[in-house]
Design a protein around this ligand. Structure first.
Ligand SMILES: [Fe+2]
Ligand SMILES: [Fe+2]
Length: 168
Protein backbone atom coordinates (compact mmCIF):
# COMPACT_ATOMS: atom_id res chain seq x y z
CA UNK A 1 0.00 0.00 0.00
CA UNK A 2 2.87 2.35 0.85
CA UNK A 3 4.21 1.76 -2.65
CA UNK A 4 0.81 2.58 -4.20
CA UNK A 5 0.66 5.88 -2.32
CA UNK A 6 4.13 6.81 -3.49
CA UNK A 7 3.25 5.94 -7.08
CA UNK A 8 0.09 8.04 -6.94
CA UNK A 9 2.00 10.88 -5.33
CA UNK A 10 4.50 10.70 -8.17
CA UNK A 11 1.64 10.90 -10.69
CA UNK A 12 0.20 13.99 -8.95
CA UNK A 13 3.45 15.93 -9.25
CA UNK A 14 4.65 14.19 -12.44
CA UNK A 15 4.92 17.12 -14.83
CA UNK A 16 6.19 19.48 -12.11
CA UNK A 17 9.08 17.52 -10.63
CA UNK A 18 10.90 17.18 -13.96
CA UNK A 19 10.67 20.88 -14.69
CA UNK A 20 13.97 22.84 -14.58
CA UNK A 21 12.45 25.60 -12.43
CA UNK A 22 11.31 23.11 -9.77
CA UNK A 23 14.73 21.40 -9.89
CA UNK A 24 16.35 24.80 -9.38
CA UNK A 25 14.96 24.83 -5.85
CA UNK A 26 17.62 22.25 -5.00
CA UNK A 27 20.26 25.03 -5.26
CA UNK A 28 18.71 27.07 -2.49
CA UNK A 29 18.94 26.13 1.21
CA UNK A 30 15.70 26.33 3.18
CA UNK A 31 16.29 25.38 6.84
CA UNK A 32 19.51 23.83 8.16
CA UNK A 33 20.98 21.51 5.53
CA UNK A 34 17.65 20.93 3.81
CA UNK A 35 17.22 22.42 0.33
CA UNK A 36 14.05 24.24 -0.75
CA UNK A 37 13.27 21.34 -3.10
CA UNK A 38 13.58 18.77 -0.31
CA UNK A 39 11.43 20.97 1.93
CA UNK A 40 8.74 21.37 -0.74
CA UNK A 41 8.73 17.61 -1.46
CA UNK A 42 8.31 16.87 2.24
CA UNK A 43 5.47 19.38 2.57
CA UNK A 44 3.84 18.05 -0.62
CA UNK A 45 4.02 14.43 0.51
CA UNK A 46 2.75 15.03 4.05
CA UNK A 47 -0.08 17.21 2.70
CA UNK A 48 -0.94 14.53 0.13
CA UNK A 49 -1.15 11.84 2.85
CA UNK A 50 -3.28 14.00 5.20
CA UNK A 51 -5.66 15.07 2.39
CA UNK A 52 -5.98 11.49 1.20
CA UNK A 53 -6.82 10.41 4.74
CA UNK A 54 -9.40 13.22 5.14
CA UNK A 55 -10.96 12.74 1.71
CA UNK A 56 -9.78 16.16 0.47
CA UNK A 57 -8.23 17.03 -2.90
CA UNK A 58 -4.89 15.24 -2.54
CA UNK A 59 -3.90 16.04 -6.10
CA UNK A 60 -4.04 19.80 -5.53
CA UNK A 61 -2.42 19.44 -2.09
CA UNK A 62 0.56 17.58 -3.59
CA UNK A 63 0.98 20.06 -6.45
CA UNK A 64 0.37 23.18 -4.37
CA UNK A 65 2.66 21.79 -1.68
CA UNK A 66 5.46 21.25 -4.19
CA UNK A 67 5.13 24.77 -5.61
CA UNK A 68 4.42 26.64 -2.37
CA UNK A 69 8.01 27.95 -2.02
CA UNK A 70 8.87 28.43 -5.70
CA UNK A 71 10.45 31.81 -5.00
CA UNK A 72 13.79 30.79 -6.57
CA UNK A 73 16.38 32.68 -4.53
CA UNK A 74 18.42 32.08 -1.38
CA UNK A 75 16.35 33.81 1.30
CA UNK A 76 19.34 33.89 3.65
CA UNK A 77 21.09 36.37 1.33
CA UNK A 78 19.99 39.75 -0.07
CA UNK A 79 17.52 39.22 -2.92
CA UNK A 80 16.08 41.47 -5.64
CA UNK A 81 12.60 41.64 -4.09
CA UNK A 82 11.58 44.42 -1.68
CA UNK A 83 10.02 43.57 1.69
CA UNK A 84 10.53 40.85 4.27
CA UNK A 85 10.85 37.35 2.81
CA UNK A 86 8.35 35.81 5.27
CA UNK A 87 5.61 38.16 4.06
CA UNK A 88 6.43 38.50 0.37
CA UNK A 89 7.56 35.07 -0.86
CA UNK A 90 4.07 33.48 -1.20
CA UNK A 91 3.21 36.09 -3.85
CA UNK A 92 6.55 35.56 -5.63
CA UNK A 93 6.06 31.77 -5.56
CA UNK A 94 2.55 32.17 -6.96
CA UNK A 95 3.81 34.48 -9.70
CA UNK A 96 6.46 31.90 -10.68
CA UNK A 97 4.00 28.99 -10.49
CA UNK A 98 1.63 30.80 -12.86
CA UNK A 99 4.49 31.76 -15.14
CA UNK A 100 5.77 28.20 -15.57
CA UNK A 101 2.65 26.05 -15.09
CA UNK A 102 -1.08 25.97 -15.50
CA UNK A 103 -2.38 25.82 -11.93
CA UNK A 104 -5.91 25.59 -10.56
CA UNK A 105 -7.57 28.17 -8.30
CA UNK A 106 -7.20 25.74 -5.38
CA UNK A 107 -3.47 25.28 -6.02
CA UNK A 108 -3.10 29.07 -6.25
CA UNK A 109 -4.88 29.50 -2.89
CA UNK A 110 -2.57 26.89 -1.33
CA UNK A 111 0.53 28.79 -2.47
CA UNK A 112 -0.79 32.28 -1.68
CA UNK A 113 -1.96 31.49 1.86
CA UNK A 114 0.65 28.99 3.08
CA UNK A 115 2.26 31.50 5.48
CA UNK A 116 -1.01 32.20 7.29
CA UNK A 117 -1.41 33.37 10.06
CA UNK A 118 1.82 35.38 9.58
CA UNK A 119 0.22 36.84 6.47
CA UNK A 120 -3.08 37.37 8.29
CA UNK A 121 -4.67 39.04 5.25
CA UNK A 122 -4.10 35.93 3.13
CA UNK A 123 -6.56 33.60 4.83
CA UNK A 124 -6.83 29.98 3.54
CA UNK A 125 -10.12 29.58 1.66
CA UNK A 126 -9.94 25.79 1.46
CA UNK A 127 -9.17 22.95 3.86
CA UNK A 128 -6.35 21.82 1.57
CA UNK A 129 -4.68 25.23 2.00
CA UNK A 130 -4.87 24.88 5.77
CA UNK A 131 -3.38 21.35 5.58
CA UNK A 132 -0.43 22.57 3.49
CA UNK A 133 0.08 25.55 5.81
CA UNK A 134 0.25 23.19 8.83
CA UNK A 135 2.51 20.69 7.01
CA UNK A 136 4.80 23.60 6.09
CA UNK A 137 5.17 24.65 9.72
CA UNK A 138 5.72 21.07 10.89
CA UNK A 139 8.45 20.56 8.28
CA UNK A 140 10.06 23.92 9.08
CA UNK A 141 10.33 23.00 12.77
CA UNK A 142 11.71 19.51 11.99
CA UNK A 143 14.25 20.94 9.54
CA UNK A 144 15.34 23.75 11.84
CA UNK A 145 15.98 21.35 14.71
CA UNK A 146 17.84 18.84 12.51
CA UNK A 147 15.14 16.16 12.73
CA UNK A 148 15.13 15.61 8.96
CA UNK A 149 18.84 14.87 9.06
CA UNK A 150 18.17 12.27 11.75
CA UNK A 151 15.11 10.95 9.90
CA UNK A 152 17.26 10.22 6.85
CA UNK A 153 19.12 7.69 8.99
CA UNK A 154 16.10 5.87 10.38
CA UNK A 155 14.23 3.04 8.68
CA UNK A 156 10.85 4.39 9.74
CA UNK A 157 11.14 7.83 8.19
CA UNK A 158 14.11 7.39 5.91
CA UNK A 159 11.98 6.30 2.98
CA UNK A 160 10.27 9.70 2.77
CA UNK A 161 13.57 11.54 2.92
CA UNK A 162 15.13 8.98 0.59
CA UNK A 163 12.30 9.55 -1.87
CA UNK A 164 12.97 13.27 -1.78
CA UNK A 165 16.72 12.91 -2.10
CA UNK A 166 16.46 10.48 -5.02
CA UNK A 167 14.39 13.06 -6.90
CA UNK A 168 16.42 16.06 -5.91
FE1 LIG B 1 7.07 29.49 2.45
FE1 LIG C 1 7.67 26.21 3.06
Amino acid sequence: MKQLWIEEFRLCIGNLIDSPCVRRMQQFPQHGDVSTLEHCLMVAFISYVICRFLGLNRYAAARGGLLHDLFLYDWHKPNPYPGLHGFTHPKIALHNARKFFSISDLEADIIRTHMWPLTFWAFPHHWESLVVSCADKLCAVCETFGLVRRARNTRALGWIAGLCISWA
